[in-house]
Design a protein around this ligand. Structure first.
Ligand code: FNR
Length: 355
């Protein structure tokens, strides 16, 4: 096994998953242009390493909203983890705890918040707000009581982006849709107010902060002006994401959107990124551009599918080792010390001067 196994996880998962589940995990919206471009956008960067630097001691740790992680890699919210592996989100959480990482639990998780909390993993709740905001309140209360440390408001899903399924069964013919509602009170999903809110605004950030008493992260921000609006409304962090290309197809690559967002809000809020990150070098580039956290969506799902929590631990450990090596070879000893002077001009690396 070489470190390239990370890049073959999707193929390995294809061998063990029912076809409709694998398709659901892999697919992007419409023609999947955004999904397909994501990794290539990170790969376009070229590095300008420093020579003659002492890199004996490397420290990959990072702190996200007060939680210290062994590396900037953390697990993004994804539904249907129970379709990847019988242990579902609980298995993912066990792995996250062992690897010293953090996971964001989807509001449509198929395991209870309490069972995830029992693993000891650091976790945040991801929330899709509903048309009637009150419908979310019991979910919020349950997550807070179980120990969620932050609320992640997904802002890019007023409606669910269309995906084209091929022939064969649809995912909901092989997976129980009840797995999306495990943490909601009985009867959720039947009233019109249960639908996703199409009227999200920055007011929701203040409402969530007040209602939960927890820091609020806004996920799905691609524009600097939106990042500023979120932070001015009280967001503790913005998460540059296009939902893995599953919402608006032809949305810009996150690797290209990160720098302008960092330039706008750095110092006022934390900035995270996801989308197509598949190796330690990608995280080095993200760190150099100013991201504090680097989230993984599909890779941990595929890892969970191929061998359960142990493979997720292997994935997180391997990515951390790759990042450490990339940092050393760049003459840098921590993600925080990585700055934009490591990146050769080419893609938009923004105007922020090196730290
Ligand atoms: C997602 N994503 C997602 N995001 C969110 O806010 N709530 C959710 O419930 C889900 N569910 C979900 C399911 C599946 C199967 C996928 C692949 C993705 C998006 C996810 O959090 C993240 O933004 C992307 O997956 C990151 O891109 P990569 O790492 O998959 O390339």
């Amino acid at each position: 096994m070489t470190d390239r196994w990370v890049e073959t996880l999707e193929e390995q998962a294809r061998e063990v998953l029912p076809e409709p589940v694998h398709r659901y995990f892999r697919q992007g919206a419409r023609d999947a242009v955004t999904t397909d471009e994501a990794t290539a956008a990170w790969d376009r960067f070229r590095l300008l390493p420093h020579a003659l630097r002492d890199v004996t001691e490397v420290d990959t740790t990072t702190t996200l909203l007060g939680t210290t992680l062994r590396s900037p890699f953390a697990v993004a919210p994804t539904t249907l983890q129970r379709a990847a592996h019988a242990d579902g989100e609980v298995g993912m959480a066990r792995a996250v705890a062992e690897a010293g990482s953090l996971m964001v639990l989807s509001s449509n998780a198929g395991s209870t918040f309490e069972a995830v909390a029992e693993t000891g993993a650091a976790w945040w709740l991801q929330l899709y707000l509903t048309r009637d905001r009150k419908v979310c309140e019991p979910l919020l209360e349950r997550a807070i009581a179980a120990g969620a440390r932050a609320i992640v408001l997904t802002g890019d899903t007023p409606v669910v982006g269309t995906k084209y399924d091929g022939p064969g069964d649809h995912v909901w013919e092989v997976v129980d849709p009840a797995w999306l509602r495990v943490n909601f009170p009985a009867g959720y999903g039947l009233a019109p107010g249960d639908l996703k809110a199409t009227d999200l605004s920055t007011d929701d950030i203040g409402w969530l902060r007040e209602r939960s008493g927890l820091p609020v992260v806004v996920k799905g921000v691609l524009r600097a002006d939106d990042a500023r609006r979120c932070v001015d409304a009280g967001a503790a962090a913005v998460w540059v994401s296009n939902h893995g290309g599953r919402q608006l197809d032809h949305a810009a690559a996150t690797a290209d959107c990160l720098a302008p967002v960092v330039d706008e809000v750095a110092g006022d809020a934390e900035v995270y990124v996801d989308g197509g990150v598949r190796n330690g070098r990608h995280a080095l580039v993200a760190s150099a551009l100013g991201a504090q956290g680097v989230f993984l969506g599909r890779s941990p799902l595929y890892a969970l599918a191929t061998g359960g929590p142990a493979v997720v631990v292997g994935l997180l450990d391997e990515l951390r080792a790759q990042l450490a090596e990339a940092l050393q070879l760049c003459g840098t000893t921590s993600p925080h010390a990585a700055s934009r002077d490591l990146l050769q001009a080419g893609p938009d690396v923004g105007s922020r001067s090196p730290v």
